[in-house]
Write a protein that binds this ligand. Structure first.
Ligand code: PGA
Ligand code: ZN
Length: 441
């Protein structure tokens, strides 16, 4: 017996979807089983995220990962070899202890996460289970509602507009595959409309259309509403809009102001929140992420007081997939949902803890990719394993995005009659009700 112990840990440099170096880890078990983890990377990275180790210097724009690879080979591998790959918590705990810092800055969250991902893959393969079933058990069968970028902006499109993501969320349908098909129809309609308007069909970092020639940020929201109609769907009934404002990117902390650079306007916190509330009144918006800055807890509370009963308010930079920060949000009444990114916290175990903690307090978890991604589809399995209910991966185009959506299609097929696709129920159960309002129109 045996064979489940870690025999070797290998680390290599690969490249992500932006062409930046990334960490890949292979874990080989005694019986020959292999598990692999590929680590993603953000562009609009939050200040409170676990630290991704980069080498600096002139080569590869300072983004090389040799230090992280060395830490895997010299520090993590010797500690992990001999451990039972099925003991995820023990493995993650060992790495957290070895690192010894609160933000994984010594060994690097990219080094640690690569090993954490590879370990659970190896263990799942050893158990001959799909990753979602290994991580979540027999009742892990919820397919996620997709949140899909149609137009990209912010740091993912050279700040052509200030807002980062203009996304859609399908509200109906009984299966992920049917819901995603509708989203693809919206994406096709977006490309058609852009072409008709003479806009280039360039893609932003996550595969959404590049917002060429926009005069205001709001133009993205109104255009997206029009695109939904063009695709043949009723806005707010079949298809809703989600926004990732990523407002930490344009917040002036000293002045406490939001600087809409492309509009050459500077708004106070109150004015900025007024603007978002006005959009919610006029457009079929179901979800707003990082509506205020990662420093602006007071603004988060104000926004929640005004919109929390109607709209999903997601904390990405504010919470950084960190239980301590989510706890503060819960205590202070900030937002009602948490974006979940594995590399913001750095291990699989802590990612699950963040999901469990959030859900236990009535906050909706939204599992998310990064803007710099690889072919790795672990987050799909994470979303299903945790019955998270929502998945945000970027757009319908670009291979690192389709790697996730296509994997979700496969998982749904594999789950068969066991699979459950919640659709709009995810929002209705949480008391988020834009529906009544928009259905009347
Ligand atoms: P990032 O973008 O990976 O560049 O941080 C994703 C997001 O903000 O949700
Ligand atoms: Zn975000």
């Amino acid at each position: 017996m045996g064979g489940y112990r870690i025999k070797a840990v290998m680390a290599r440099r690969i490249y992500d979807s932006r062409g930046n170096p990334a960490v890949e880890t292979d874990i080989r078990l005694e019986d020959g089983t292999l598990g692999r983890g590929m680590v993603p990377s953000g562009a609009s990275t939050g200040k409170y995220e676990a630290i991704e180790l980069r080498d600096g210097g002139g080569n590869l724009d300072g983004k090389n990962v040799d230090k992280a690879l060395r830490n895997i080979r010299e520090s993590l591998a010797p500690a992990l070899i001999g451990m039972d790959a099925r003991n995820q918590r023990e493995i993650d705990g060992k790495m957290i202890g070895l690192d010894g810092t609160a933000n994984k800055s010594r060994l690097g969250a990219n080094a640690i996460l690569g090993c954490s991902m590879a370990a659970c893959r190896a263990a799942a393969n050893y158990c001959r289970l799909p990753l979602y079933a290994y991580l979540g058990g027999a009742l892990a069968t919820t397919l996620p509602v997709p949140m899909v970028q149609i137009i990209g902006g912010g740091a993912h499109a050279a700040h052509a507009v200030d807002i980062q993501d203009f996304l859609v969320v399908p509200l109906g349908e009984k299966t992920f595959a049917a819901a995603y098909e509708k989203v693809v129809n919206v994406y096709i309609a977006a490309r058609r409309l852009f072409a008709e308007q003479g806009r280039p069909l360039s893609l932003a970092d996550e595969g959404g259309l590049w917002p060429t020639g926009f005069k205001t940020n709001e133009e993205g929201v109104s255009l997206l509403t029009e695109i939904i109609v063009r695709a043949g769907y009723q806005p707010g009934k079949d298809m809703a809009i989600a926004l990732d404002i990523a407002s930490s990117e344009f917040y002036d902390q000293e002045e406490g102001a939001y600087c809409l650079n492309m509009e050459k306007r500077k708004l106070s916190r109150e004015q900025f929140i007024d603007m978002l509330c006005d959009w919610v009144d006029r457009y079929p918006i179901i979800s707003i992420e990082d509506g205020v800055s990662e420093y602006d807890w007071e603004g988060a509370k104000m926004l929640t007081d005004r919109l929390g009963g109607r709209v999903q308010l997601v904390g990405d930079d504010l919470f950084a997939t960190n239980v301590e920060r989510i706890r503060r949000g819960v205590n202070e009444g900030c937002y009602n949902a948490v974006l979940i990114k594995m590399n913001q916290i750095g291990t699989i175990s802590e990612t699950f803890e963040a999901i469990d903690y959030a859900r236990g307090r009535g906050y909706l978890p939204v599992v998310s990719a990064r803007s710099g991604e690889t072919e790795d589809a672990t987050i799909v399995h994470l979303a299903v394993a945790a019955n998270a209910g929502q998945l945000k991966v970027g757009s319908a185009a670009r291979g690192e995005r389709t790697a996730k959506w296509n994997e979700t299609i496969r998982v749904e097929e594999e789950l068969g009659l066991s699979g459950r696709y919640p659709g709009a129920k995810v929002f209705l159960d949480a008391g988020i009700a834009i529906f009544g309002k928009w259905e009347k129109k």
